[in-house]
Design a protein around this ligand. Structure first.
Ligand code: KG4
Ligand code: ZN
Length: 379
């Protein structure tokens, strides 16, 4: 703990590990600044996606994910340790690892790997909540302020970024945060970077899950969100009037399973011959419009009620172009600053885990999450 307190005075280099689902990711992030304006420089953020492995199964297979993480982790560590392992090791102040929520066999591979590494290097190890990672991804640097070379593609490994400079995202409070991923849909009211209240969550499917399931109904590959996003561009969002679940309820809860069923019935009622590419595009666009309508309207209502100065959007679904555009436009009319991470930090990545670990360090490691996998950890 004395070590952690000392680290507050200067920059802190965090080596973070993320293995909660189907992305193996390692990042090296330089962190500095107090809780009022934390700053991050993402030195490396390597994501090795397992999508091609899970795609034939239409979703993530936990044991395959575990096997792939085990295979990828040492490879990614070697990339992180370049060009000189001993100097990277010396610079690292602490190791951070996602402990939940997620698939437990997948989480354990990251935790075990992190424990071994931290013990070997004699560095402290911090357990991180994956959803806090998504939330704090809003504080990660924006590419438009970085004057750095384009990301370098590493064969089969995804993307490696170097020397990305940070910017205080100027997030003002009170803020409303919409956290939308494959497993969660959460609306948060934030009064500071460390104080928040969950206003509402999904009662059934998460937004990303609904995207994935509808994509599957349309015969699109996993993961479905980006596929629907792409196909929807060719369709008419007003072609089919799908329901907007929970929109008229005065609470901040969400529900997407009814909408998913409405899409299923619509597809069933069209006979297979009429399920042309054009029809599929109209379904994708209309479904996406329904999800976005609910997400945006509830977020706007919360922003008005709590007089938000900032609106934050994060989690994998925040990569959705239309959702970003609409929430951005609404934030403008509300005179609230709209914050969304760069695309690279929307879906799972370890840079966001490093950011969350640093926020935890600034709070004197007060959360102290146990270093064991917790599939159901909440915000
Ligand atoms: O945050 P994330 O990478 O993993 C979880 O923590 O769950 O989110 C993955 C989810 C998937 O359901 C995926 O389909 C969805 O995010 N997603 C999208 C888009 N990109 C990813 N959903 C809608 N539009 C996108 N462009
Ligand atoms: Zn995630």
């Amino acid at each position: 703990m004395i070590f952690l307190l000392k680290m507050r005075k200067r920059t802190t280099k965090v080596l973070a590990i993320e293995t909660s689902c189907d992305e193996t990711s390692l990042a090296l992030v330089e962190c500095r600044g107090p809780l009022s304006s934390p700053k991050f420089k993402v030195l490396k953020n390597i994501v090795s996606s397992q999508i091609p492995v899970h795609r034939p199964f239409g979703g993530v297979v936990p044991n395959l994910a575990k096997r792939e993480h085990l295979k990828n982790l040492p490879v990614l560590l070697r990339q992180i340790l370049k060009p000189k392992a001993s100097s990277v090791q010396r610079q690292v102040n602490c190791v951070a690892v996602t402990v939940g929520p997620g698939l437990e066999p997948a989480l354990w591979t990251g935790i075990n790997f992190a424990q071994e590494l931290a013990a070997k290097w004699n560095k402290p190890l911090i357990g991180v909540n994956h959803m806090e990672g998504h939330l704090f991804s809003c504080w990660l640097p924006k590419s438009h302020v970085s004057r750095v070379p384009r990301p370098v593609k590493i064969k089969k490994l995804g993307i490696l970024n170097t020397n990305r400079y940070t910017l205080n995202a100027q997030i003002k409070f009170p803020a409303i945060a919409l956290v939308v991923s494959g497993g969660h849909t959460i609306l948060l009211q934030m009064t500071s970077i460390t104080k928040w209240k969950v206003l509402g969550e999904t009662l059934d499917d998460a937004a990303g899950e609904a995207f994935d399931k509808v994509a599957r109904m349309l015969g699109l590959p996993y993961p479905g969100g980006p596929e629907i996003d792409k196909l929807a561009k060719r369709g008419d969002p007003n072609a089919i009037k799908f329901p907007r679940p929970m929109l008229n309820k005065k609470n901040y809860e969400f529900s997407f399973s009814g909408l998913k069923t409405a899409v299923l019935y619509h597809i069933r009622d069209l006979n297979a011959k009429r399920l042309t590419l054009n029809a599929k595009a109209n379904i994708a666009a209309s479904f996406q419009a329904a999800v976005i309508d609910v997400l945006v309207q509830k977020t706007v209502r919360a922003a008005q009620e709590f007089k938000a100065k900032s609106i934050l959007l994060c989690g994998g679904v925040s990569a959705n172009k239309k959702l970003r555009e609409e929430l951005n436009a609404k934030s403008y009319t509300l005179n609230a600053k709209f914050i969304v991470p760069d695309y690279e930090f929307n879906t799972d990545n370890a840079a966001m885990i490093a950011a969350a670990a640093y926020i935890d360090i600034l709070q004197k490691n007060e959360k102290k999450l146990p270093l064991s996998a917790n599939g159901n950890l909440t915000l």
